[in-house]
Design a protein around this ligand. Structure first.
Ligand code: LLP
Length: 471
């Protein structure tokens, strides 16, 4: 067997704290989260279960807000800094409360996200709206929120500039807008999650001049307030050079605009900061290091272009929420399957691609730890699979697990906070797991587990029959 099993073993919290939430502990026998053992959590709240460490989330959000404020502090000759939580990674009323009370703003990308952020009490002055195809309804809500509309609508096309102008004029308001720029810098991750290269659907291009054209149009219209420039260059990025290059390209556009008398007040460098998913991943960069490096690069570029340093913001999603969630599954069927040169244990769990589509969609790698007991059985090469009717329904493609793993065991898959629940589905009519908050007081639901009745509530025929109506 070519796999080195020891390397495929999930590191425990003490070995790789970057992989686990703050409150995760292993006492030699069991994993616990927020001082509650994994088996107790599954016993009391069912499985699969997303368990979110609230103190960890609040802490990470506070770190991002703080490092941006510090590194871009105007006392250093900078223009101030802020951090917006990219809510698409995982959203609920409580998640919004935790990140905003920690000092972050909220970045949204649809009517649902924007409505939830506002209902959860996010300050419109700290809310942004993205989208390459925003609806009039989305724009109206954004422009009408609070006393001045949300902090920034990030426009993505020339047509959208015109639509925002029309809606703002209709509403008698002045909309604050930024421009989403494709800078040609492309970094990180899977092809589908990389966004700032040119041949894709997002943004206005720097190279072809459409970004410049949009900025001129915005600056010329009294219903619009030009806030600045935005670029999001991809996901799961470790290379800070890519962000620095993107910032420098945005600033070259800011310089062109400044020469025409149009001031870029704010620069947003998007999200995309990498996290740890398995023991094979390197340590992630600390937000402090990221902010400091960006501040240095931006200061330098501003000196070169003879520009005042603008306010700088970022939009991390994954790095705020990703490590704060562990998914707990119950083991069901275990099969020994012969493969070339040996055999592999196929360990089926009670969820799968409906609660985490990332392995199937991006070939994303995760790891899994036997969470409910200690075992000294020899390690086996294993694959954790879900219960869906697809062979691509894989949770963890390669992992070492004790050979005596059996039905009823609990497996913990860390780092599932980002794009786990938010991209979950009801495939095969599975109900989606709930998200349980731990680490701040007693465990409590942030998102209730779905019930079969929730699934059927939208079925017109079933509901018509129950109400005794004609079909
Ligand atoms: N800002 C903008 C404009 C974005 O489009 C995104 C993510 C973010 C910020 C946050 O990026 P983060 O820090 O979370 O990497 N579903 C994929 C990721 C898609 C990201 C889309 N945009 C995944 O599961 O990896």
């Amino acid at each position: 067997m070519s796999h080195d099993l020891e390397n495929l073993l999930a590191p425990r919290p003490s070995e790789r704290p970057d992989l686990w939430p703050w409150s995760a502990r292993h006492d030699g026998t069991e994993l616990s989260l927020g001082k509650v053992s994994a088996s107790q959590l599954v016993e009391s709240y069912g499985s699969p279960l997303y368990v979110l460490d609230e103190a960890d989330l609040h802490g990470r959000a506070n770190v991002w807000a703080t490092v941006m404020a510090e590194e871009f502090w105007d006392g250093y000759g900078m223009g101030g800094g802020s951090a917006y939580y990219a809510a698409k990674a995982l959203m609920s009323g409580r998640v919004i409360e935790l990140v905003t009370s920690a000092g972050m703003g909220v970045d949204t990308a649809s009517l649902g996200e924007l409505t939830l952020a506002l209902r959860a009490g996010a300050d419109p002055d700290l809310v942004g709206l993205h989208g390459n195809n925003k609806s009039d309804e989305e724009l109206r809500l954004a422009i009408n929120a609070g006393t001045r509309g949300i902090a920034r609508i990030v426009v993505d096309s020339i047509g959208e500039v015109e639509r925002v102008t029309r809606i703002a004029s209709e509403l008698g308001r002045r909309a604050r807008v930024m421009i989403r720029v494709t800078t040609g810098v492309h970094a990180g991750g899977h092809e589908f999650i990389a966004t700032a290269h040119e041949d894709q659907k997002f943004g206005l291009s720097l190279a072809s001049g459409t970004a410049l054209e949009a900025a001129r149009k915005i600056a010329a219209h009294e219903s619009l307030e030009f806030m600045g420039l935005h670029a999001h260059i991809g996901s799961q990025i470790r290379d800070l050079e890519a962000f620095a290059e993107s910032a420098s390209r945005l600033l070259s556009l800011a310089k062109q605009l400044a020469d025409e008398g149009v001031v870029c007040h704010e620069l947003d460098l998007g999200g995309g900061y990498a996290i740890t998913y398995t023991g094979a991943d390197p340590q992630p960069l600390a937000p402090k290091e990221i902010a400091r490096t960006l501040a240095g690069a931006i200061r330098e570029a501003c000196e070169k272009f003879d520009l005042k340093v603008p306010h700088v913001s970022v939009e991390p999603g994954r790095s705020v929420i990703g490590p704060t969630v562990v998914t707990l599954y119950r083991v069901g069927t275990v099969k020994d399957v012969p493969i070339e040169g040996g055999s592999r244990l196929y360990v089926s769990v009670d969820g799968g691609m409906s609660d985490n589509i990332r392995p199937a969609l991006y070939d994303a790698k995760y790891t899994a730890l036997l969470a409910n007991r200690e075992s000294d059985a020899p390690l086996r090469l294993a694959r954790v699979v879900g219960k869906h009717c697809e062979s691509g329904d894989i949770v963890v493609s390669d992992v070492a697990l004790p050979g005596d793993i059996h039905e009823g065991d609990v497996l913990a898959v860390p780092a599932t906070g980002a794009y786990g629940h938010s991209m979950s589905s009801n495939y095969n009519m599975l109900t989606r797991p709930g998200t349980l908050g731990v680490g701040m007081g007693e465990p409590h639901w942030l998102i209730y587990p779905e019930k079969l009745e929730d699934l059927f509530a939208r079925d017109a025929a079933l509901n018509a029959a129950e109400l005794g109506e004609e079909k």
